[in-house]
Design a protein around this ligand. Structure first.
Ligand SMILES: C[S@@+](CC[C@H](N)C(=O)[O-])C[C@H]1O[C@@H](n2cnc3c(N)ncnc32)[C@H](O)[C@@H]1O
Length: 276
């Protein structure tokens, strides 16, 4: 073997080893234990559910993990959706349906909705199924896309979900939800904003955990002007914003988080807004 060929082989082997080392370092930085391959929201919720089930009876654990007030919160979500136009016969996609606060409220009123709930944690989803009408459909998904066909929903809701995702993740979901909505279909989601003094204590809890070097459960704030920019880029119209202490739908009162009601506009997304 000529010395040039031998040199070439040694160089290739060296390059391959350094690529492996670079990959290993990147994986270590992305995941401190080097073992987690799931997105942060899957790890966080699976951990929360496991902890709650170890500490409390099932019903209480399943309510606490999604924010508590199981029946009242579900009734408020149903009242809001009815207020913006949810009717029997419609196709509703409940993104991040949790343990079924909304599914159970819809079943309590025997609404004849074509309901589809999506959730990351199987235990929450099984509990939601047990509280829902028999024909309601559910699926688990860990992806940054929505597992549903184009134009298959009249309405999509996401209650207290984008509050626990990074803004870039929320943006990707909004992009895909537009695909899943029929033209003119509505998207309703709740969010936290600094303009609402009620939510300051949530931010303070995060600050307090950061100060103690504890990894906080992500509570992401989204400002209305960010939502406006996203809507322009993604092809949504803003129908209305509702503050977390208001309840224009009446009983049983406010949701406790601000709400954005958007509709899928006929305007196409600004090119280059996604799939970068
Ligand atoms: C605070 S809980 C609210 C649950 C439900 N929407 C409600 O109001 O009762 C947030 C839920 O979103 C789910 N979730 C978080 N990230 C998600 C994602 N990327 N895809 C689907 N579900 C997600 C969590 O597992 C959790 O059940």
């Amino acid at each position: 073997m000529s010395s040039a060929v031998a040199y070439d082989r040694r160089l290739k082997a060296l390059l391959s080893r350094s690529r492996n080392i670079a990959r290993w370092i990147r994986d270590q930085l992305a995941s401190p234990t080097g073992k987690e391959t799931e997105p942060h929201f899957v790890r966080e919720y699976q951990h929360l559910v496991t902890k709650a089930l170890a500490l409390y009876p099932t019903d209480k654990a399943m309510s606490l993990v999604v924010g508590g007030n199981f029946d009242r919160a579900g009734d408020a979500q149903r009242a809001l959706l009815r207020w913006i136009g949810l009717r029997d016969g419609m196709r509703l996609l409940d993104f991040g349906c949790g343990s079924g606060r909304l599914a159970s409220a819809l079943a309590r009123e025997a609404m004849r909705i074509d309901y589809y709930g999506i959730e990351v944690d199987q235990r929450l989803l099984d509990f939601a199924k047990s509280k829902a009408s028999g024909h309601f459909r559910f699926a688990t998904s860990h992806a940054l896309t929505i597992p549903a066909p184009d134009a298959s929903a009249d309405m999509v809701c996401a209650f207290s979900v984008f509050t626990h995702l990074r803004q870039s993740e929320t943006y990707l979901y909004l992009e895909d939800i537009r695909r899943v909505l029929r033209p003119g279909g509505k998207l309703v989601f709740s969010f936290l904003e600094f303009a609402q003094p009620l939510y300051w204590k949530i931010f303070e809890e995060t600050l307090s955990k950061e100060r103690r070097n504890m990894l906080p459960h992500l509570n992401e704030f989204i400002e209305r002007n960010a939502i406006q920019v996203w809507c322009e880029k993604l092809g949504y119209e803003i129908q209305t914003f509702i503050s977390g202490d208001a309840a224009p739908w009446g009983d049983p009162g406010p949701l406790g988080q601000s709400v954005a009601v958007l509709s899928r506009s006929s305007r196409n997304p600004v090119s280059g807004s996604g799939n970068i």
